[in-house]
Write a protein that binds this ligand. Sequence first.
Ligand SMILES: Cc1cc2nc3c(=O)[nH]c(=O)nc-3n(C[C@H](O)[C@H](O)[C@H](O)COP(=O)(O)OP(=O)(O)OC[C@H]3O[C@@H](n4cnc5c(N)ncnc54)[C@H](O)[C@@H]3O)c2cc1C
Length: 412
Amino acid sequence: MSGLIVGGGIVGLTTALMLHRSGIEVTVYEEALKIKELGVGLNLLPHSVKHLIGLGLQAKLDKNAIRTGELRFFCKKGKSIWREPRGLEAGYEVPQYSIHRGRLQALLKGEVAKRIGKGAFVTDRRLVRFESDDKGATAIFQTSAGETVTESGEFLIGADGINSVVRQQLYPDQGDPQFAGLMLWRGATVSDPFLSSNTMIMAGHNDQKVVIYPINNPDESGKQLINWVAEFRVPLDTIRRDDWNNEGHLEEFADRFVDWKFDWLDISNLFQHAGKIYKFPMVDRDPVKRWSFDRVTLAGDAAHAMYPNGSNGASQGILDAVSLERQLSVHENVAAAFEKYEEERLPPTSRLVLDNRKTGPERVLQLVEERCDGRCGDEHVCVAQAELGEIAQAYKKLAGFDKSSVNRNVSE
Ligand SMILES: Cc1cc2nc3c(=O)[nH]c(=O)nc-3n(C[C@H](O)[C@H](O)[C@H](O)COP(=O)(O)OP(=O)(O)OC[C@H]3O[C@@H](n4cnc5c(N)ncnc54)[C@H](O)[C@@H]3O)c2cc1C
C-alpha cells in the first residue's frame, strides 16, 4: 500500500514514520521551500510520548527537549494557586517533554530521510486541490516557480494544519477559524532557569495570562531557552492574521505586563531579550461530523485545530498517527480503515476542542480571580485544593492522559 501525506509538520512526519514501520509506504509533500526551525515551544504529553518512544526516539527527545517535571498556576501577583508534578515526577512511566517546535520538526524530518529515504519528503509542493475515487487519490500541487505537479497514491492524508486546503475542499463553506478574542505573543529567550528548572507556569486569568516554560536543559553556562506566551483579550473584530510566522512587536503587549513581578522570574526581561516575537490569535475550528471521505482523510490541526489551553494540540495529532497506523495495518480496504480511524479519533478530539473553549485546565486561574477577596496569604486558599485537583484530573481524563490509562498502555 502507498499513499500521500500533505503537510510536513509534526503530524505529517510522525504519521509517515508510523506507517512506514508497518510497511505502508508514503511520501510527504510540504509547501515550504526549506524546513527552517520555525515557531517556539510546544508540549508533548505522556500519552503521545510513549508512542514517540515506541518509534525509538527517546534518546533524541532527551537530547533536544527537557523533561517537564512540574506544572504550577499563579495569580497575576505571583501568589501560588496550584502545583502538580508532571511526567516521571508524577509517576508516569514515560516523561512529558517541552521542546522547540522547529527542533522537533527537524528531528522528525531527519528520521523520515534516514528510515524511508530522502525522496520521502518533498518540499516546494503547495497543495491546491485533490481528486479521489474508489481506487486512489491525486494531489495537484503548485511549486514556487508556478509549475503544476500531480502525484497519485492509494490514499491521501491531509495533515496541512489549521488552514488546511484539504479540509477547505471538503468543507468549502467552513469560513475562517473561530476567534476567541485573545491575541497571543510568543517568543523564546535564553535566560537563567527559574523554580525547579523544569517547571511550566501559567499566571493570570481569562483576560490576561502568561505561560512560561523551559524547552531545553541548562547548557554549560547554566542558561536555558525559556518559551513564553503573553496573551490578553482584544475586541472580537480585531484584524488578525492566522499565520504562525506573523511577527509581533514588544510595544504591542509588554506594557500590559509591567506590574506582573514574580520574585523568581523577571518576565519583562524575557520579553525584551527574545530572539524573535511571533503574534498569533487564539483560534480553532468548529468540530465537523466527518474527516474521512473514501480514500481521503484529515489529521492533526487540519482535523481538530484547538485552542492551546491544556497544551494538547501536537499530542492529539500524534495520537491520530497512531490510530491511522493501527487501522491501515488491519484493514486492506483504505476507506474502511479511514472510517474506523475517524470513529476512534473524531469524538474525543471534538470534545476536547469544545472543552478548550472553556479554557480547559486553566480555568483554575479564573476561579481564583473571581473568588479571592484579597485575604489569602502567600498561597491562595480561596479555592479548595480538592476542587482544583478535580479540575486537573477531569481534564487529564478527557484528553486521555490520566496516569492509569497511560501506564496501563505502556505496560501492555
Ligand atoms: C510555522 C509554524 C510554527 C508553529 N509554531 C508553533 C509554536 O510555536 N507553538 C505551538 O504550540 N504550535 C506551533 N505551531 C502549530 C503546531 O505545530 C501544531 O498545532 C501541532 O503541532 C499540530 O501539527 P500539524 O502537523 O497538524 O500542523 P502544523 O504544525 O501546522 O503543520 C502543517 C504543515 O503543513 C504545511 N502546509 C500547509 N498548507 C499546505 C499546503 N497547501 N500544501 C502543502 N503543505 C502545506 C505547513 O507548512 C506545515 O508544515 C506552528 C505551526 C507552524 C506551521
